[in-house]
Design a binder for this molecule. Structure first.
Ligand code: EPZ
Length: 442
């Protein structure tokens, strides 16, 4: 992961100012890499960030026989799937770590090899994160799913066939599962209740470049006409809007001014509206967005996370840190994951006033309301945060801890920061560029 130590000491209270550059979105790039398995010829992917989730997928593709090399430009990958082969469960396990990506290998591998294995799946500790939608979808296409002690084995004795599918919830991963499977399944697939995040639209762009026939109708309906063969693609990945939102929140929390190169307005409309309501300043440029603290008190807001085009769940954690500085009571109702407020304990330890409730607050009742999940946060500000010893719990929560420590008075010791490199490229050198005062332990 490029860090010698997993612990950093941060001396807070300095505004983050300067310019950083984004690369492609983690949540698109990893899926685009999997899509290369579907092509008969090599693919080229540009703007691939140097993050550990990409390294995990690279390792998984390599154990399946995909030859991967770096291209001329920084962040360019060449993926050659001409020798795809079945991998050993032990190798898959060794490479997958805690990633949930292996589940997306199933459709492509069933098409290429007629079988697929996946290990037990992890990901961030932000709720149960089951894979039931994925398995149901694959069965609908005709896959036979066997649960073994070592993982899950799938086969497709009669081939995969297009189907009518309705998702119980617009899951990002399950929508991608349908896309990656339906493009080469026999006949037409109609998916209702699909997720329509910009990263999914960019995956559709890639699949179309490969030869797929996909239409996106209104009301979350996607239609895919299966084709017998696909070729490789050449694609520059969509920018990482979650990283952009994270740095935007960092600018607010530290009273700074950050130009996020590569960020674009249209994929961030919802975020920008909330940012403006909180009182954050932004200027939209052709090559990025400048985010800055306005120099006057911030306003409290009431937000509800949701699937696109709603306010993304991944934007919530860094923004909560900025909301501890707003004058008044803010409410965040998390409706995508049942357990995504674990990170606030550390903020409270640092002096924030945040209460977590089981009830659906500030918005409509969601599917977690009557089920004892602590999924609404009430943040009362403004609070002066002070340094503390913190252990990073997950990717987005971890980034929010970094911002909290950077905005706090005094010194913080933040451990387990390696998790942050799953999704934030070179975050320590970016912090250095922005003038943060920190040292790596060891
Ligand atoms: C993707 O996760 C992202 N990860 C997440 O980003 C993001 O938070 C999430 O989409 C929502 O936008 C990647 O793209 C790698 P989901 P995914 O399926 O696809 C439930 C980050 O920090 N569900 O849309 O796994 C699930 O438990 C990460 O970058 C089932 O019940 O999310 C959740 O409550 C974290 N059964 C909801 O659906 C299933 O089979 C949405 O999950 C699948 C999901």
């Amino acid at each position: 992961m490029g860090l010698h130590s997993d612990t950093i000491t941060i001396r807070g209270g300095r505004p983050l100012t300067g310019r950083i550059e984004l690369k492609g979105a983690k949540n698109l790039v990893t899926k685009a890499m999997v899509a290369s398995l579907l092509g008969e010829t090599p693919s080229i992917l540009k703007d691939v960030p140097d993050i550990s989730d990409v390294r995990v997928v690279r390792g998984l593709l390599e154990v399946h026989g995909v030859k991967i090399s770096d291209g001329e430009e920084e962040g360019e990958l060449h993926l050659d799937p001409s020798a795809v082969e079945t991998a050993h469960m032990a190798d898959i396990d060794a490479h997958a770590g805690s990633s949930r990506i292996p589940i997306l290998f199933c459709g492509p591998l069933l098409h290429r090899l007629g079988e697929a294995f996946i290990p037990d799946l992890g990901g961030c500790r932000i709720g149960d994160r089951p894979i039931d939608f994925h398995l149901d979808v694959l069965r609908t296409f005709g896959a036979v799913v066997e649960k073994l002690p070592s993982g899950i084995r799938m086969s497709a004795p009669g081939g995969l066939k297009g189907a009518k599918i309705e998702l119980p919830y617009p899951s990002v991963g399950a929508t991608e599962q349908v896309l990656l499977t339906a493009v080469r399944a026999a006949g037409i697939t109609e998916l209702r209740g699909s997720a329509i995040e910009p990263e999914i639209m960019d995956l559709i762009n890639i699949l179309q470049k490969m030869g797929a026939v996909i239409s996106v109708d209104t009301d979350r309906v996607i239609r895919i006409e299966g084709v017998p063969e696909l070729k490789g693609y050449d694609h520059r990945a969509l920018f990482d809007r979650n990283e952009a939102a994270s740095w935007a929140a960092a600018a607010l929390a530290t009273e700074g001014d950050i130009f996020v190169g590569g960020a674009r307005q249209s994929e961030m409309l919802t975020f920008l509206n909330v940012y403006r309501k909180v009182g954050g300043g932004f200027d939209i440029h052709e090559d990025g967005i400048r985010f800055f603290h306005p120099g006057k008190p911030l306003n409290p807001v009431i937000i509800e996370t949701d699937v696109h085009p709603g306010f993304m769940t991944d934007w919530q954690q860094p923004l909560v840190v900025a909301l501890t500085k707003a004058e008044g009571v803010s409410i965040v109702h998390e409706t995508v994951y049942e357990n995504r407020f674990g990170f606030v304990d550390a903020l409270v330890e640092m002096g924030a006033t945040i209460q977590i409730h089981r009830e659906c607050l500030g918005g409509q009742a969601c599917r977690f309301g009557q089920r004892n999940f602590n999924h609404s946060a009430v943040i009362s500000g403004p609070s002066k945060l002070h340094g503390a010893d913190i252990v990073v719990p997950d990717l987005r929560g971890g980034f929010s801890h970094l911002i909290a420590a950077l905005s706090a008075e005094g010194t913080s010791r933040v451990s387990n920061v390696g998790i942050i490199s799953r999704g934030y490229e070179k975050f320590l050198s970016k912090l250095e560029t922005l003038g943060a005062d920190f040292t790596l332990e060891g």
